[in-house]
Design a protein around this ligand. Structure first.
Ligand code: PEP
Length: 259
């Protein structure tokens, strides 16, 4: 792997009220040590209603886990009932925001253009976007996976400067692997992550391609993390189900200690 520090992110989706979230993050912090934080960046992405509670725990106990959100709107304020502005997240010391998760795209109709606006808004508020992309099983079986993912990357990051791209995170998450227990083989995941880095190189140049961190997501667990994380273009993981179990998530973060 290059000199990029891996980022392992836990996407809790619509799970854990704020009491459960506090217990979860305390248990996770107990299972991790400075040896982990020295070599891996860790972020947790609880529901919006938990953010303030988790912020308080992380800051009062000096826990070096980054506070993350799962989504945001692109506007700074206004008549957008039910939405949360990026500036509101930044004010709570949220530093990483997942944008364009396939569940947002598939279940809530989020378009590439909206994803692009969100990426720009997250950056404008000093936070790091994790821009998600990935193909359906039908697209993969029809040999359309690489084309779909490349187009999502180009559209989602359209209009960004090379130095902005160098500092952000792209999560490659094959939709058929999310929450299904089916994982891409390390070789398939590496092939797509390498293709993503190739698109970044041709559009934004070598430095952006070298800097951008590419996570793999899709049924990552303690058992498969070492092989996935051992691939040269995989710089971390976006973890759903397994991040809800503090011990299992800690095993993923400690992937280098297994075997
Ligand atoms: C996700 O939701 O981003 C995800 C990868 O979920 P899971 O790990 O449960 O497949």
């Amino acid at each position: 792997m290059a000199d990029r520090k891996p980022l392992i992110s836990g996407n809790w989706k619509m799970n854990h009220n704020h009491f459960e979230a506090i217990q979860m993050v305390q248990k996770l912090a107990y299972a991790l040590s400075q040896n982990d934080y020295d070599v891996v960046d860790v972020s947790v992405h609880p529901p919006f209603t938990d953010l303030r509670s988790i912020q308080t725990v992380l800051e009062s106990d000096d826990i070096p886990i980054a506070l993350g959100a799962q989504n945001c709107h692109w506007e700074a304020k206004g008549a957008f009932t039910g939405e949360v502005a990026p500036g509101m997240l930044a004010k709570m010391n949220v530093s990483v925001v997942i944008v364009g998760h396939s569940e947002r795209r598939e279940l809530f109709g989020e378009s590439d253009d909206e994803v692009n606006r969100k990426v720009k808004a997250v950056l404008a508020n000093g936070m790091t976007p994790i821009m998600c992309c990935g193909e359906t099983l039908e697209e993969r079986e029809a040999d359309g996976a690489v084309t779909k993912v490349k187009l999502q990357v180009l559209a989602g990051l359209a209009g960004l400067k090379a130095e902005q791209v160098a500092g952000l995170v792209i999560a490659y998450e094959p939709i058929w692997a999310i929450g299904t227990g089916m994982t891409a083989t390390p070789e398939d995941a590496q092939e797509m992550c390498s293709a993503i880095r190739g698109v970044v190189r041709s559009k934004w140049g070598a430095e952006a391609a070298h800097g951008v961190r590419i996570q793999y997501g899709g049924s990552v667990k303690g058992a498969n993390a070492p092989d996935l994380m051992g691939q040269s273009d995989i710089d971390g993981a976006l973890v759903g189900g397994a991040s809800l179990d503090a011990d299992e998530f800690a095993r993923i973060i400690g992937y280098r200690l297994v075997g």
